[in-house]
Design a binder for this molecule. Structure first.
Ligand code: NAD
Ligand code: ZN
Ligand code: ZN
Length: 341
């Protein structure tokens, strides 16, 4: 008889997840089995539930790519991880290691990648499995709950700031102060940028201020484009982590000449991109997708050293459907991390 575990499962798009018993995953060569201590809830998991992206996950699916726990078992071929280590999974579950992208430090662009909690089962469960070569290694100085959001929200925003090309002292705008955005504000400050936080909820802006944002704008009441052009002459970089088209367009028009919009959120909409302004103002619009394993370890180190700290609340796995409802309404403060027992 197979050993069983508790998991939250998407059976059908837009239907509630089911908390049920499923078999504990069996390991293949190079994989490890991790007993979950904390599982962060990313908005991507909500996209997986709804199925609103062009590429849909195969169902049934266990979501979760911000899960942290203790290694309980290692398969043949595992060299760098041992039983008892504390690790986390990430969106980049695996990559081929041989293509032009993998070989040139751009493994998140690998055509042959798997994604935790999307193309393969993730960590909304008592146990998850992952190739040992792709885990984040967790320093002793942080709790599993605190580090969980760094595994996706942290590395993603850290990487987005890196690709923005902004330099210390530049003004950077963060659109959407949710799970990703509240960490973007902190990485941006740790990287010596000046930060303007934008959201449509005042409590998110209050959080951004507490986390070090230099200026805040409620774009439900104030035009953020005018605000940024008036206050700082436009920003060098905009990071768009709000799940709607409008903030992407505002983020573009908030740039100064030569500025860069880094697109990170994934609303199922297109934005209009003006050719004339893009050419004359030499603006850049780029996408940014999570981060490599190296980016991940760097992002974790910032948290390990206390330079960034996720604002979390811990709730049981059983709350997942209610957590998704609150995420859709935009009423979550920072990140919710689930306990699984
Ligand atoms: P979240 O729900 O925690 O945060 C979204 C925030 O946007 C909320 O604070 C909300 O108030 C705010 N918001 C909503 N409408 C807004 C508007 N019109 N203007 C300004 N702010 C607005 O979501 P999250 O977990 O931070 O994820 C954000 C997005 O990023 C999702 O689409 C997710 O799939 C995507 N994502 C992308 C990557 C990547 O690598 N590119 C990685 C992780 C997540
Ligand atoms: Zn590859
Ligand atoms: Zn994520």
């Amino acid at each position: 008889m197979k050993k069983m575990m508790k998991a939250a499962v998407i059976n059908e798009h837009s239907k509630d997840l089911e908390i049920k018993e499923v078999p504990i995953p069996e390991l293949d060569y190079g994989e490890i089995l991790v007993k979950t201590e904390a599982a962060g809830v990313c908005h991507t998991d909500l996209h997986a539930k709804i199925g609103d992206w062009p590429v849909k996950p195969n169902l049934p699916l266990i979501p979760g790519h911000e899960s942290v726990g203790i290694v309980e078992k290692v398969a043949d071929g595992v060299k760098t991880i041992k039983v008892g280590d504390r690790v986390g999974n990430a969106w980049l579950h695996s990559a081929c290691g041989e293509c032009e992208y993998c070989l040139s430090g751009r493994e998140t662009l690998c055509h042959d990648q798997q994604n935790s909690g999307y193309s393969v089962d993730g960590g909304y469960a008592e146990y998850f499995k992952v190739p040992a070569a792709f885990v984040g290694k967790i320093p002793d100085s942080v709790s599993s709950e605190e580090i969980a959001p760094i595994l996706c929200a942290g590395v993603t925003t850290y990487k987005a700031l890196k690709v923005s090309g902004a330099k210390p002292g530049d003004w950077v705008a963060v659109f959407g102060i949710g799970g990703l955005g509240h960490l973007a504000v902190q990485y941006a400050k740790a990287m010596a940028f000046n930060v303007i936080a934008v959201d449509i909820h005042d409590d998110k802006l209050k959080l951004a201020k507490e986390l070090g944002a230099d200026k805040t704008v409620n774009s439900a009441n104030v035009d953020p484009v005018k605000f940024m052009q008036d206050e700082v002459g436009g920003v060098q970089a905009s990071i768009s982590v709000a799940v709607a088209k409008k903030p992407f367009e505002q983020a573009y028009y908030s740039l100064k000449r030569g500025g860069t919009l880094v697109a990170v959120a994934l609303p199922n909409e297109d934005m209009a991109l003006p050719i004339f302004d893009t050419v004359l103002d030499a603006k850049t619009v780029t996408g940014s997708i999570v981060g490599t394993r190296q980016d991940l370890q760097e992002a974790i180190d910032f948290a390990g050293q206390g330079k960034v700290k996720a604002r979390i609340s811990v709730e049981p796995l059983e709350n997942i459907n209610d957590i998704f409802d609150r995420m859709e309404k935009g009423t979550i403060d920072g990140r919710i991390v689930m306990s699984v027992d």
